[in-house]
Design a protein. Sequence first.
Length: 259
Amino acid sequence: MTAHRSPDAPYYYISHALPVPSDPWLRSFHHDVQAEMHRRLGPGPGHAGLLAEPCRDPVGAEGPDWTPAMRCRTLLVLLTERYYKEPRTLRDLEVFRRRLLWGQHQTGERSTALVLVPWNTQGLPSRREPDTLAVPVGDYTRSGLGGLVRAPHARGGYLKVLRAVVERILTGARHSPPVMTPEDLYFTVSSGVSGMPRIPLSARKFLDRQFAPVRVPWAPTHAAPPSRPAEAWWEAAPHRSWFSTPESDERPILRGPHS
């Protein structure tokens, strides 16, 4: 996997399945994120983000297998029900997760460069993924960020979520995974070379992942103490019950098991 980062790599990349031309609130959110980024870092060219525009994404010189998720420092995913149904968006998510796995394999540390933000919670799985941004704002928790962007009365809550998004972008960028090329998706590890095995990309890989059970032979963690022969007095002693046997005219006597 490539170790260097291209100068034109986006600082963050917003992956989504929303219709960009008919969703002005998405562009408004991207503008607000960029403005907050420039306020925090300055207006340098290396701090620019990129918003996915599916309707205008032609096949460039990089080829059809290329996606900005291979080079961006942080991937910001706007989750909707449709996001999990489009191959293009699932590819963004899977490619970036491949980068995260590679980085964790090399460094032993888990990166926080993936930021999942519910844009519309309707139709999303009830169990949220670990990388989902959690902010204690009621409208964001119930309906998603898309409703906050267009609600003037919720401006305070929107700004709180916006700043939390930017903070996660900055934190993730400091631990950004290595960049990828399309060739990195299909390589096979040779013997003696440390790296990830070849895993074909599939649209449902991260949603329906199942693992077969692994049989592990049982082995005691501590050596068993050597067995010793039973003492002769115990073997010769008669077996007793909870009640003694009455003899002559004596009443039964309740005895314990060790009497």
